[in-house]
Design a protein around this ligand. Sequence first.
Ligand code: FAD
Length: 297
Amino acid sequence: MKISEILKERKMSLSYEVFPPKKESSFDSVKTATEKIAKLNPSFMSVTYGAGGGTSQYTLDIAKNINDNYNVPMLAHLTCVSSSKETVHKRINELKENGIENVMALRGDLTPELENSDRKDWDYHYAIELIRELKSSEYDFCVGAACYPEVHPESSSQKEDIRHLKEKVDAGVDFLTTQMIFDNSLFLSFMYKIREAGIEVPVLPGIMPITNANQVERAMKLSGAYMPQRFRSLVDIFGSDKQAMTQAGIAYATDQIIDLYANGITNVHVYSMNKPEVAEGIKNNLSDILGKEFSWK
Ligand code: FAD
């Protein structure tokens, strides 16, 4: 099923993101974790794509297993910047042949080597080139793209970032998912700006439940996201106690999600990081809320 169709329902729902194994020896444990998450019956699940495509086969394998055996719509990520057209087209064909209807079209991060290259012989420079190819292909994919409420680190201004985002949407993107956010007010002011800029597709806020103090540094480095003091205090107090931090991280993420639902956002995307217990904890906290329709009437 296409994610664009699911989002039309306006029901309060969760989707979960998982990542593929980096090596064959961990394939089974990742498969088991993703199956447990699928059993929680999310609106859909997404599987990330290793930068450069090194582990791309596993993205398809994990997505296909859930799509075929658990009846959960799947979103397969695909990056383009460090790949040739030939590789990308091969991946696109494989996704279609294996029944994947939804693709998250991404540029991918620039390694220091890529950043210093003259970029002349690259087949792809920006996600929009991949989006155009997906949308003009013979296949009728539902296409998602990334957006950055706190501005993409390479952009010189939010205005410029939103201008490029509008170009992606005009190229045919069906929905957007945000970089992780820890402060909903930043997301809501971003929504106001992009709607003003004429971007009207659904936007799924990305929520990362932090359940381990070591994740904090990494998440901040990766995303550049602002960590509110309320959240930092929680890590200061509970960070050294694994169970307490898990409970506090799930509670913080749940609180963010409820606030988003109350502000009219119906599908929240949870960066569940192959942790079924975290995905389940959030779902249980929302048991009387999930499935409700957002309406002012
Ligand atoms: P783009 O949309 O191409 O934007 C990149 C930068 O270029 C931005 O600053 C933008 O403003 C600018 N730009 C865009 N178009 C133009 C133009 N025409 N001219 C000049 N500047 C332009 N990475 C992975 O490797 N695998 C994943 O599975 C993955 N999943 C992700 C999922 C989400 C929801 C998010 C938010 C990110 C994900 N990433 C993933 C990381 C992503 O690849 C990086 O953030 C990357 O740096 C940018 O990707 P993009 O698709 O947003 O790029």
